[in-house]
Design a protein around this ligand. Structure first.
Ligand code: MG
Length: 249
């Protein structure tokens, strides 16, 4: 599936608007993909630093790529360390402010939701079971993330392959997706796929502001963006950096 070139102006219509059949430059967001750590849930920055130290990842190298390229038995040992630290992080995980409102908006407007994370599937399941009480109370529709892609889906972010996979599953085009995250990997993944990239901005990710199509400081602002519509000007030049640093997302 080819990405929509981001070299021309794109207008995303408000949800209430009726698309004009003869204006092919008009688009609509038909699905939202969420990063997990630092996006659906509060950041685990200190745990990422702990992971890098524990596994011995050289500065500037990506954690998952480094571990994936290790020889056995070092690889299995390192993977075990990552999972162990992720388990500790789960105990402190909190739902991101504004998320319930945004999920309700998306559900009310029949917009599908997916999770794209470099975390492991057990952590995702733990999050869903423990942080979304409505999910447990029998109202799964607000939290019906489908599909959920973890790091077992390779290549991982920032490669656009997982977004292409999600677009195909939802039968939409990549440029009809919105990718929401707190790290350059999320934004570059979205940009590389031709999707709309949205940075959930905080005190430690200012360096990624320049590569995001949109920045928000609270997730519920994304509902406003979708409701009101927006225009994207072409990226000059195509954004691919920065993506290194404390990368796990
Ligand atoms: Mg993240």
């Amino acid at each position: 599936m080819a990405a929509q070139p981001s070299t021309r102006r794109r207008r995303y219509l408000p949800f209430s608007a009726t698309p004009e059949p003869d204006t092919p430059q008009d688009f609509r967001i038909k699905g939202v993909v969420f990063d997990m750590d630092g996006t659906l849930v509060t950041p685990m920055t200190e745990f990422l630093a702990e992971m890098r130290d524990a596994v011995g990842v050289p500065p500037g190298q990506d954690i998952l790529s480094y571990v994936h390229d290790l020889e056995e038995p070092d690889r299995s040992l390192a993977e075990g360390i990552l999972v162990e630290i992720e388990q500790q992080a789960l105990q402190e995980m909190k739902i991101q402010p504004g998320l319930p409102q945004l999920l309700k908006f998306l559900t009310d407007n029949q917009i599908p939701k997916a999770i794209l994370t470099r975390n492991n599937v057990d952590s995702v399941n733990h999050m869903l079971e423990n942080l979304f009480p409505d999910h447990q109370a029998g109202h799964p529709h607000h939290f019906a993330f489908d599909p959920i892609l973890t790091r077992s889906f390779r290549p991982v972010k920032p490669d656009p392959a997982p977004l292409f996979h999600i677009a195909q599953q939802w039968n939409v085009q990549p440029h009809e997706l919105m990718m929401v995250g707190d790290h350059g990997d999320d934004l570059n993944c979205g940009n590389n796929a031709g999707a709309v990239s949205v940075l959930l901005r905080d005190s430690v990710n200012e360096r990624f502001v320049g590569i995001a199509d949109h920045c928000v400081t609270s997730l519920d602002a994304i509902g406003d963006l979708l409701r009101d519509g927006f225009v994207l000007d072409p990226k000059q030049p195509p954004a691919t950096k920065p993506t290194t640093g404390v990368a796990h997302s």
